[in-house]
Design a protein around this ligand. Sequence first.
Ligand SMILES: Nc1ncnc2c1ncn2[C@@H]1O[C@H](COP(=O)(O)OP(=O)(O)OP(=O)(O)O)[C@@H](O)[C@H]1O
Ligand SMILES: [Mg+2]
Length: 326
Amino acid sequence: MTGVVTVTLNPALDLTVHAAGWQRGQVNAGQGMHLAAGGKGVNVASILADLRAGQGEGVTATGLLGDENPERFETLLRDKGIRDAFLRVPGPTRVGVKLVDPAAQETTDINLPGLTATPQDLAALDARLDELSADHGAFVLAGSLPPGVDADVYVRWVERLRAAGRFVAVDTSGAALSAVLAAPVLPNLIKPNEHELAAALGRDLPTEDALLAAAHDLLGRGADVVAVSRGEQGALLVSRAATVRARPPRVPVVSTVGAGDAMVAGLVSAHLDGLSLPDAARRATGFSVGTITRLGAHLPPRAELDTLTAQVEVTLLSENKEFQHG
Ligand SMILES: Nc1ncnc2c1ncn2[C@@H]1O[C@H](COP(=O)(O)OP(=O)(O)OP(=O)(O)O)[C@@H](O)[C@H]1O
Ligand SMILES: [Mg+2]
């Protein structure tokens, strides 16, 4: 059972407008715009589909999508061959407007409210996840929660999916992450960045040792892999078999949007391919670095991806022989 399902409860349409020298309260000329379908689960699906192009393995995206503006999402999913299992709910998916003034090197953000999930929406999504769990092996629960959703929604789904024997990855922040980390059943894979992890645990994690101790604590409580990403410093990854540090090569950054999502996609695909932790760390970091060299959540062409991946510096900090071949 190899199919992957990504779940995005709170997708977003990102509208970027370039308007050099724009002024408040005036009529301004713009030079261009870019409209992209986003949200963490959508980004993870997009990157997995890039990896698997032509290999025939299924990527399915579900979650809640507003019925007023679904076109950009539908196009992305269709273009990438991702199965669209989103529920349509009345109203608009939230829109984030980025007003870029390249001359002043300034960006102004306006984040519009989107959907509020109803109990009926969530019940329908529960049913859809149950259906999908019949024939998909891995689930990625990613991103923030829209209004109307309790902070423990991921806790519930992690328990249900793991009880059914499915592999579950979670990438979220704030109260939703705190709830996941405090729950009796942890996801198989967790990928917070260092700030999200510290905030969710309610304590400072100022050093590599502190981050590793926190990650090991989560392993002890049932996670299989914990990856703590640290922006341009790379990531720390722990499993029962090994502890690894991955450092990305220096690259020209076009957009850091999707860096973390690319890491999640890399780690999930590494799990499905049975890679060791050092190899998973290399692949996932290669994906992240590849993604930040372009706009949006897309992998670069294969040759470029392979070159970047080969440049990732992976250090084995410790290993546990007992678990190496488990
Ligand atoms: N400026 C950068 N230069 C090189 N690599 C980077 C840079 N920023 C991020 N990365 C790579 O991307 C990975 C994930 O980045 P980061 O820790 O910023 O994730 P994140 O905060 O979860 O991002 P997201 O906004 O997508 O959720 C890092 O481990 C690193 O390998
Ligand atoms: Mg992230």
